[in-house]
Unconditional design. Structure first.
Length: 531
């Protein structure tokens, strides 16, 4: 038996906006505004080329966004502020399901908001939102005004009193982010995005190499849910074109996810795609940094495996679950190639700049269907660096036991550089500098054919410039060597003694290692060749 007591109000609290403010940042909020414009353009039939203009005034700290996506009809104006409401468009290949307009992004960005919109050639409407309305937890009424007309089929948003300062120094990063996020839209044509009069250039990640037998490979087909072909899937893996030491693009390996042409996750390296245990790839590592998989999903928005802000993939979503094994298998294949070819990338991979992607078209993609991946044939394995250097210097170490510590120090530098920590360079700078100083002492004692009394040697070793002067008596190095030694010694002193630690760049560390190896070769005839 049940007896009705009363009706409970399910009207959401305005506190939902306060949580939105905490969850958003500038990139995410501006992308939401662009997403809304694209969705509105699709909804209105793509009647003209879409142009989205953003004006970020770094001096006045204001943001203006204008688009010609068609405007919002008067009967839909409530979608601008009503959380959870949206048009009935779930069957469309759009990039949002939570309503047109900007209800979340604008509140996250600004305390003072004006939204002008004109559907087709109808009247222009204005909705204003400020912080007082947001903080009035009980009042959901928001007036809409008719104002002087703006351009037909246009929506214009003006944001002032920003919650977070916009910094001009971050402008290039913002351009790059938009270029990557909307690259497939921009490349397809029919739309453009302009920020402060600068047109966004698409940034894609399908820059493949084509080594014979290990070309990029793509599997395509539909995912069938509820007996309908709801999602079209493309999974492509391959090895990338280039790799430069110290280049930030070296981190651009892993998996990329596009949903309805919008980049959702970039260079993802989590357990869900095969990194770490229990899968075969292992932890993210520089030896894997030319392996890449790109996943593209197109179809009904309700089957897209993303969160509401399109910022991460929902790995528990049924769509992802259907293809997760295929993604892992593809990444494992090319990660294995990347690791197998390490040390030989220029001749084994990068020289093959053109070719054809191998394609496999399937009638259905699901966890029960197999997507073929390249067979990994293990080429003759290059000896490990540690074994190679030990073998190179085995005989010398028997004759001159004091040299063992010097070549083993270089092995330590090699291994430390591979560890996934942020301070590799700092540790290696100290190792290299100490190695060089000890090498100078060993040379004076064991190679100079001069006897140094303990007191004399101690006096020399107390001052670095005296050590250098003493070494110069016995051995000549190529021009510029001692200037470099002094530079790196000063860098080491800055790191150890100054209040603000020195920034040890990859390029500096590489040059210092080359310098130390060169000087050790000259002093002791050590061999650091890798082959």
């Amino acid at each position: 038996m049940k007896t009705k007591l009363n009706d409970i109000s399910a009207i959401p609290s305005k506190r939902i906006y306060l949580s939105i403010i905490a969850d958003y940042h500038l990139h995410l909020a501006l992308c939401e505004l662009i997403d809304n414009a694209i969705d509105n353009w699709i909804f209105n039939g793509r009647l003209q080329e879409l142009e989205i203009n953003l004006d970020l005034d770094y001096d006045q700290q204001t943001i203006k966004i204008k688009d010609n996506s068609g405007g919002i009809k008067e009967e839909d104006i409530h979608l601008i502020v009503s959380p959870g409401q949206s048009r009935e468009t779930s069957s469309d290949e759009i990039i949002g399901v939570f309503g047109v307009g900007s209800k979340r992004a604008v509140v996250a960005l600004s305390k003072q908001i004006k939204i002008y919109t004109r559907h087709s050639n109808e009247n222009t409407l204005l909705v204003e939102i400020d912080d007082n309305w947001v903080k009035d937890l009980d009042n959901w009424l928001l007036p809409a005004f008719q104002v002087d007309n703006i351009d037909e089929s246009t929506t214009q948003i003006e944001l002032s009193i920003l919650r977070e300062k916009i910094e001009e120094e971050n402008h290039e990063e913002l351009l790059e982010h938009f270029g990557a996020t909307y690259a497939l839209f921009l490349e397809a044509g029919g739309m453009k995005i302009i920020i402060n009069n600068e047109k966004i250039i698409p940034k894609t990640f399908d820059n493949w190499s084509y080594p014979p037998g290990y070309e990029p490979q793509e599997g395509t087909g539909p995912i069938k849910i509820k007996d309908r072909e709801n999602i079209q899937v493309s999974i492509i893996g391959g090895l990338t074109k280039s790799h430069k030491e110290g280049d930030s693009s070296n981190e651009e390996y892993g998996v990329y996810f596009y949903c309805n042409d919008r980049l959702i996750a970039r260079a993802y390296k989590g357990d869900e795609v095969g990194f770490n245990t229990p899968f075969k790839i292992g932890k993210p590592h520089p030896s894997l940094s030319i392996a890449r998989v790109i996943v593209k999903l197109k179809g009904e928005v309700e089957f897209m495996p993303w969160n509401s802000s399109k910022s991460v993939i929902d790995f528990k979503h049924k769509t992802f679950q259907e293809i997760s094994a295929h993604i892992r298998n593809m990444l494992i294949a090319y990660a294995s190639m990347s690791r197998n070819f390490e040390g030989q990338w220029p001749e084994k991979v990068f020289q093959y700049k053109t070719g054809t992607i191998k394609k496999e078209v399937l009638t259905e993609i699901s966890r029960e269907i197999r997507i073929h991946t390249p067979e990994i044939s293990r080429s003759p394995k290059q000896p490990k660096y540690i074994d190679q250097i030990k073998r190179n210097n085995k005989d010398l170490a028997i004759l001159k036991p004091w040299v063992r510590g010097h070549y083993e120090a270089i092995i330590i530098v090699e291994e430390v550089s591979k560890i996934n920590v942020s301070q590799n360079n700092r540790a290696n700078l100290l190792i290299l500098d100490s190695t060089l100083e000890i090498a100078f002492k060993d040379y004076l004692i064991n190679e100079s054919n001069v006897f140094y009394p303990p007191n004399t040697l101690e006096t020399i070793m107390k001052a670095r410039h005296k050590v250098h002067d003493e070494i110069k008596k016995y051995i000549s190095f190529k021009k510029g060597t001692w200037e470099k030694v002094k530079y790196f010694y000063n860098l080491r002193c800055d790191l150890v003694h100054k209040r603000i630690s020195a920034d040890i760049k990859d390029e500096d560390l590489e040059n210092f290692r080359d310098l130390v190896e060169y000087m050790l070769k000259k002093m002791f005839r050590l061999n650091f060749d890798r082959s």
